[in-house]
Design a binder for this molecule. Structure first.
Ligand code: PMP
Length: 317
């Protein structure tokens, strides 16, 4: 067997080169009964770290390397509901940085195990305080020893939304052939909604931007924030959304089950995003709605959502 003598970097790119350019799929089974509305979702779990947050984490790290905030001797420290931490952990492992993440202790066990597998250090915070408790712990650790860490602070870091302005937004325009009329996304750090929203607005001022969040402070929509009661991220732009919709946890769970039965094994915030799309779509005629599916069901397989029974017919897409 012949062995190639020249192996270039380009022939074997790093996992980091696989971030972005995720597929856009049509959710035809969910278009039944609508008035000529097309529904599309961008499958962000196709990123190498398994979520939309690879984009933001890679950009925050690259920008900090470029301007000297991140040097080899520093530990990457941040608060996360899980996915950003996983992205930091993957990138840190690939690039040789130590990573320490503050995470509410009720984050799914799968997330904690993935973080450990990449070699990241996890600081568990109170489940009662949610991501806000994790943010306070990261701030405390950083304040106690600022020279030891690079603290990207994803909630206040413009590189977070810029990642989506420069990649996710243009990809959506290109993948829909410029046909999209509505964009729907959940709010966590708000980086996805703000970055994509700003890009789409710039491209077409008539595009409708719809943000989505949980309908109550204590909810099961991991990765999303109830902004009326949570710490509002500094990068959030309250002037951007044409409309904001609320989704109940049970409704998101039901959508996750329906998606699975349609062949799409999506995560909980994806179910919530689809619930928001369907809510909007019912009021429209001849529209093209695009949403983001931030992660897959992989990290939620132990969740009670799979044990619930739907009414006959409801499990069907
Ligand atoms: N869904 C999931 C599962 C997430 O982890 C996140 C990130 N917190 C989001 C949605 C929201 O994305 P963003 O932080 O860009 O608002």
């Amino acid at each position: 067997m012949s062995v190639p003598t020249v192996v270039t970097r380009d022939a074997h790119p790093s996992v980091l080169n696989l971030i972005g350019q995720t597929p856009l799929v049509r959710l035809q089974p969910f278009e039944r009964g609508l008035n000529g509305v097309e529904l599309y979702a961008k499958l962000e779990w196709q990123n190498p770290g398994g979520s939309v947050k690879d984009r933001a984490a890679a950009r925050m790290i690259a920008d900090a390397e470029a301007d000297g905030r991140l040097t080899r001797d520093r530990i990457i420290l941040d608060a996360t509901s899980g996915n950003t931490g996983i992205a930091y952990a993957m990138i840190g492992a690939a690039c040789g940085y130590r990573v320490r993440v503050c995470l509410p202790s009720n984050a799914s066990p799968e997330r904690r195990r993935i973080l450990a597998a990449y070699g990241a250090e996890v600081v568990l915070t109170s489940p009662l305080e949610g991501t806000d408790g994790a943010i306070r712990e990261a701030q405390r650790l950083y304040a106690a020893d600022p020279d030891r860490y690079f603290y990207p602070d994803q909630y206040n870091n413009p590189s977070n939304w810029r990642a989506h302005f420069d990649t996710t937004g243009p990809e959506i325009i290109q993948q829909t052939g410029g046909r999209l009329t509505h964009f729907v996304a959940g709010l966590g750090t708000t980086g996805t909604f703000v970055g994509v929203g700003r890009r789409l607005r710039e491209w077409n001022p008539r595009v409708q931007l719809i943000s989505m969040q949980p309908d109550r402070p204590f909810h099961g929509l991991e990765g999303l924030k109830h902004l009326e009661t949570a710490m509002v991220p500094g990068i959030y732009d309250p002037t951007l959304a044409d409309r904001n919709v609320h989704v109940a946890t049970e409704e998101a769970y039901r959508m996750v089950r329906r998606l699975a039965r349609a062949g799409v094994l999506a995560g909980i915030s994806s179910g919530a995003a689809l619930a928001a799309c369907v809510m909007i779509a019912r009021e429209l005629r001849d529209a093209v709605i695009v949403t983001i599916f931030p992660d897959s069901a992989d990290k939620y397989l132990h969740d009670r959502l799979w044990d619930e029974e739907d009414e006959p017919g409801q499990g069907e897409p």
